[in-house]
Design a protein around this ligand. Sequence first.
Ligand SMILES: NC(=O)c1ccc[n+]([C@@H]2O[C@H](COP(=O)([O-])OP(=O)(O)OC[C@H]3O[C@@H](n4cnc5c(N)ncnc54)[C@H](O)[C@@H]3O)[C@@H](O)[C@H]2O)c1
Length: 471
Amino acid sequence: MTDPFTPTSKPDSDERLGGHQVCVVGAGYVGLTAAACLAHLGHNVTCVEASPHRLEVLRGGGIPIHEPGLADLVDEGVRNGRLRWAADVASGLGDAGIVLLCVGTPPRADGEPDLSQLADAGRQVARAASRDLVVVVKSTVPPGSCEAIELICADEADAGVTIRVASSPEFLRESRAVEDFLFPDRVVVGAEDLDVIDLVASLYPPASPVVRCDRRGAELVKYAANTFLAIKISFANEVAQLCDALGTNAMDVLDGVGSDSRIGRQFLKPGPGYGGSCLPKDVSGFVALGKSAGTWTSLACAAEEQNALARRSVAGRLELVIGPLRGKRIGLLGLAFKDGTDDVRDSPSMQIAKDLLAAGAVVCAYDPLAHGESAPVEVKRVTSPREVLTGAEAVVIGVDSPEYRNLDPIGVADLMSGDVVFDAAGVCDLDAWGRAGLNVYGVGRGTPMAFYPVVWAPLRWTVGAPVDSLD
Ligand SMILES: NC(=O)c1ccc[n+]([C@@H]2O[C@H](COP(=O)([O-])OP(=O)(O)OC[C@H]3O[C@@H](n4cnc5c(N)ncnc54)[C@H](O)[C@@H]3O)[C@@H](O)[C@H]2O)c1
């Protein structure tokens, strides 16, 4: 990526870029990325992190998450003095005029987000504030949350201190967080006052397209965008099921569909379904929003059903091919929710591992980055694909990664004791892997085998079946 903010092109004074004093609350994927990128853009940032472990790593010169390019930016900010750490808001707020809330909003059992971290952070900011502030909610929150946080702040702040709350949801993708923050497709800012919108917009890279709206609108953009992406992925899986049933290849079909510029190719790829900390949570949040607002979110509900099918059908489909899984050694490539991240939150691969274990399989898994502690203890973690493949009766590929794409199928066949590969992520070249003697099954790869009966309606049409027999 070309970075317009390299030292040579960076404006020489903080003033030209705004040089705001900013406090970022939460040093997770969103907060740490925002803090480091804002420091890179010329702002003075204090990042507050409540987790002693994360703070210790940061103070020790490391970063507690895996995110390409982030360690360098953090290092740059710490060395030039624009990025500092604090253990709590009271000590980190300092002279900040803008506070970014980047705390977690995990789903509750009923699908609605748990906003307690956000409410606590708002209280802490208000109690520590000795001057007027703009608080920007970057966490994903349902419409109305910024108004609620503003009320909490008004209750907690000293008389004479005014705290105005704006919404500016984050759209970064894990594994490309720095790139997405520095080169956003758009920045969304919602506030009640135009001066607040302008102030918040001035934090971001100067060339960013800015969508300005009210707070509820900005909050809803995030839910609607993620729900649309989830529907697109689920639609690809729906097409893939049809392709399996009809014996054709979904990659080609979806390529043809996505070539239409009104549709686009991105996210039109069949696989084990969407996962991660955002899409599943935000779709269920969207559905919950519809329920509370009295509107029917049928597309979002359908995406959830399709997604459950995509991830939960893998173990059963494997069983159809190789028989009962009990006692069989199954290799699993990939545990994180996608390639290039250590994040296993709501990961389809992790669900596949659990389903394989529940069916009695002996599961041996490899993932270069995934947090080990989140995998079920029965999963044997190994440190190379070779160890996963050695002696495996079948292998499941759960994550689309260049590392698995580039595996030599002849070598794979030599190492395995069986010959079945379930390529849930769609990485294998079917011809090459087939020539190596492997039976590759996938999602929408035109390899229906034992999975679905083929209903050959077109044949009935061509032989002139009576019209009333065709429904
Ligand atoms: N991860 C993503 O890709 C992504 C993308 C866009 C939006 N979001 C949204 O952004 C929010 C944050 O997501 P995340 O993945 O960065 O979460 P995360 O859990 O990785 O990080 C949140 C951090 O906030 C810290 N924290 C909580 N309360 C605090 C407080 N009072 N003071 C200081 N630190 C505090 C936690 O210790 C944690 O380190 C969520 O609402 C999420 O839905 C996430």
